[in-house]
Design a protein around this ligand. Structure first.
Ligand SMILES: N[C@@H](CCC(=O)N[C@@H](CS)C(=O)NCC(=O)O)C(=O)O
Length: 234
């Protein structure tokens, strides 16, 4: 039986979508990061990075959302290029690593400096918003003449960007429907899928802490917590 360690944040949500799409049986295990549960001995043994998502499948432990997507795709043979097509596999790996190293980190930092640590650094906010928008533009352009990121086939690449979709406006401080019509079209396509609706519903079954209070900041952003303690934040 698969155990899926998650919360409602973008990276766990893409794995929730994959689990629902494949129909694999799994036990959801909530990790309330605002309460510091990512730092427990049990969880940090599973994921030394102390971030969600993570997954246990029998003897196999996997952490990092894109690694889990690839693991589940290879396990089930679903949502990967068909018939061992190496040209398509090269494209899939390129885009998967582009999302992992660009979309995720820059979007995360743009949210951080725009919302969580608002007012601490105008330059950091400008840089991360610029880079996040540049990366999202590359995804937008890729979708100009394709239904999905790989081409005609829905794959883990589309799931990897879906996790971020509801937050693009807040990340970039713009109207994504106008700015990114191709991304909007893809996200609406995915949102309409029953698996996506089940994935979005999953976290609502658990009482995750909502407030980003000083306790949550201490668990998730210790450097910001130290800054606030020093009275230097605004
Ligand atoms: N590269 C990792 C990033 C994981 C990550 O940053 N997860 C966030 C939620 S989206 C988290 O666990 N945050 C808790 C914390 O910062 O303590 C992945 O894609 O899984």
């Amino acid at each position: 039986m698969i155990h899926f360690y998650f919360n409602a944040a973008p990276n766990p949500m893409k794995v929730a979508l994959m689990l629902e799409e494949t129909g694999l049986a799994y036990t959801p295990v909530p990790v309330d990061t605002k309460k510091g549960q990512q730092h427990s001995a049990e969880f940090s043994a599973l994921n030394p990075n102390r971030r969600v998502p993570a997954l246990i499948d029998g003897d196999v432990a996997v952490f990092d959302s894109k690694a889990i997507l690839l693991y589940l795709a290879e396990k089930t043979g679903q949502f990967l290029p068909e018939n061992g097509d190496l040209v398509a596999r090269g494209q899939l790996l390129s885009w998967l690593f582009f999302i992992a190293s660009g979309i995720g980190p820059y979007s995360g930092q743009a949210v951080h400096f725009g919302h969580i640590a608002k007012g601490t650094s105008a330059y950091a906010l400008a840089r991360y918003r610029y880079e996040a928008e540049r990366h999202w533009q590359i995804i937008e352009d890729r979708l100009a003449d394709r239904a999905y990121l790989l081409g005609a086939q829905y794959t883990i690449l589309d799931m990897a960007v879906w996790g971020w979709a509801p937050r693009i406006d807040a990340i970039l401080d713009l109207d994504s429907k106008q700015r990114f019509p191709n991304i909007t079209r893809l996200m609406e396509d995915l949102d309409a899928r029953p698996a996506a609706q089940r994935a979005r519903e999953l976290p609502t079954r658990f009482p995750f802490k909502e407030e980003m209070d000083i306790e949550a900041i201490a668990h998730m952003y210790p450097t910001l917590h130290a800054l606030k303690g020093a009275g230097a934040s605004s």
